[in-house]
Design a protein around this ligand. Structure first.
Ligand code: NAD
Length: 519
């Protein structure tokens, strides 16, 4: 296998002899089983958000290189689709073993490029690993259906076949998990794949691809190309790509959804969120406050399932002091430091944007209960840190409520009744996740039935489903009709062929019949 260890700043690629190794290293593309340095003249810096160090440089891949990746995937498809499903599954079995073996290296890379704490980075890898484990049972997941004797001597059956070349476009916030939502399911179904990692943290995807090759994935089955808008548009437009999986913001997601579907591709697009918690007055105080603090500030609020807004039925006052105390006690530090609860946000631009959304809340009349904007982290003074921030008396017309903040900022709202709280949540344009905290089964059941959100938590703050279910955001948080992973994920990466066979004994002779056949 190739050796590409971004975290230790060493690269050796098939194209680059070790004497030409660079510092910072250049992130290679993976085309036809080879890690190749791009011939592009434009590279972007991949920056450690805790230190501003340049970890590596990422190419804006040229169109020729993109075409080469697609054609490698296209050429690999005929023999890969005919490779026995058991063989494909065994490669996933190996891959899950290697991901476990290299868990610490992967997590360190995630922390270095993305900023989250090492423990959280392990979770990022682990939640992706679970999708690989699920793909190990693909033969059962991909089974077709059979009805015997639909007419005399005639049977009908359906089989789920791979589509061909599929592509995936990833966001920065889960650099290991989200690539693993995509390619393991796609390739185990028999497709070949072109992956475009986030330009902000591509290292984990490259390391995972190395492991996939080590596990025996044949050349060309998985390819990786780097870049931003241009290469994404090339993916949407390319006639050889049959399906596009996207995870990221709404601006990019809706653009990709319409551009790729206009070219006849199937698209699944997971997008932004504003996840609400409704807290009933009867909720368990201690457990609820811990859940709100963990889900609001974990990963510095940069999870698509972060709980960013709390609606307190009966008012937030009784909860505020303790919420602020526990949020204040969190340790903000570089993700590699053992005591860190939350690390930096991804970029200087993200930090500025979050600061200005906090300020807009204050300007529009919210009460700033806790302000994390002026935090300085010793030894990491140039990191993009924001401390836990809490705004109360937030209302639905405020900018900070309408926009996805994607930072360690918790908004507190109030409602007089569960009905009013549900109506606030349902009027929000996003529908990724929502949670209720209560000890009343009646309230929980009403919430479950009436809430417009794809993933519902009952005393569970971040209800991200495991891979035997699917990730089921709705409203503006999702476009498409087949969700990521689980049965829906397998359906997304396969199409149905329905076969009708006639093995009737026709020795008695038959007549020409021009009428529409009926049984
Ligand atoms: P982003 O949309 O900026 O980037 C995602 C990908 O799209 C990147 O690979 C980027 O290169 C590409 N891209 C960005 N703008 C583009 C454009 N205009 N045209 C073509 N390509 C473009 O998202 P991000 O900042 O990396 O990720 C954060 C967002 O992702 C948040 O909104 C978050 O809620 C969302 N997210 C959603 C889920 C989910 O499952 N619903 C999961 C994780 C993240």
């Amino acid at each position: 296998p190739q050796v590409f260890a971004l975290a230790s700043s060493r690269i050796s690629t098939a194209a680059e002899p070790s004497s030409k190794q660079r510092n910072p290293p250049r992130v290679p593309n993976l085309i036809g089983g080879k890690f190749i340095e791009s011939k592009s003249s434009t590279f972007l810096d991949v920056i450690n958000p805790a230190t501003q160090e340049v970890v590596s440089q990422l190419p804006l891949t040229t169109n020729e290189e993109f075409k080469a990746a697609v054609s490698a995937a296209k050429n690999a498809f005929p023999s890969w689709r005919n490779t026995p499903i058991t063989t494909r599954q065994r490669i996933m079995l190996k891959l899950q073993e290697f991901i476990r073996r290299d868990m610490d290296k992967l997590a360190l890379n995630v922390t270095t490029e993305q900023g989250k704490t090492l423990k959280d980075a392990q979770g990022d890898v682990f939640r992706g690993l679970e999708v690989v484990e699920h793909a190990c049972g693909m033969a059962t997941l991909q089974m077709g259906e059979y009805v015997s004797n639909v007419s005399h001597g005639i049977d009908t059956y359906s089989i789920r076949e791979p589509l061909g070349v599929c592509a995936g476009i990833c966001p920065f916030n889960f650099p290991a998990m989200i690539p693993l939502w995509m390619f393991p399911v796609a390739v185990t179904c028999g497709n070949t794949f072109v992956l475009k990692p986030s330009e902000k943290d591509p290292g984990a995807a490259i390391m995972l691809a190395e492991l996939a090759l080590e596990a025996g994935l044949p050349e060309g089955v998985l390819n990786i190309i780097h870049g931003t808008h241009d290469v994404v548009n090339a993916i949407c437009d390319d006639d050889d790509i049959k399906a596009v999986s996207f995870v990221g913001s709404n601006v990019a997601g809706m653009h990709i959804y319409s551009r790729a579907s206009a070219k006849g591709k199937r698209v699944q697009s997971n997008m932004g969120a504003k996840n609400h918690a409704i807290v009933m007055p009867d909720a368990n105080v201690d457990a609820t406050i811990n859940a709100l603090v963990a889900a609001g500030f974990g990963a510095a609020g940069q999870r698509c399932m972060a709980l960013s807004t709390v609606v307190f039925v009966g008012g937030s006052k009784p909860w505020e002091t303790e919420l602020v105390e526990r949020a204040k006690a969190l340790k903000v530090n570089a993700g590699t430091e053992p005591d860190a609860d939350l690390g930096p946000v991804i970029s200087k631009q993200a930090k500025e944007r979050i600061h200005s959304l906090i300020q807009s809340g204050v300007d529009e009349g919210a009460r700033l209960l806790l302000d994390g904007r002026s935090i300085v982290v010793p030894r990491y003074e140039s990191g993009n840190f924001i401390g836990p921030t809490i705004l109360s008396n937030v209302t639905s017309n405020m900018e900070c409520y309408k926009e996805e903040i994607f930072g360690p900022v918790l908004l507190l709202m109030e409602a007089d009744s569960l009905e009013e709280a549900i109506s606030i949540v349902n009027q929000n344009k996003y529908g990724n996740g929502a949670a209720i905290f209560t000890t009343s089964g009646v309230a929980a059941r009403k919430f479950q039935t009436e809430i417009d959100a794809g993933q519902v938590g009952i005393n569970v703050p971040i209800p991200v489903p495991l891979p035997f279910f699917s990730f089921t955001g709705n409203k503006a948080s999702f476009a498409g009709d087949l969700n990521f992973y689980g049965k829906a994920g397998v359906n997304f990466y396969t199409q149905i062929k329905t076969i009708t066979q006639n093995w009737k004994d026709s020795t008695g002779g038959s007549k020409v019949n021009l009428a529409m056949p009926t049984s």
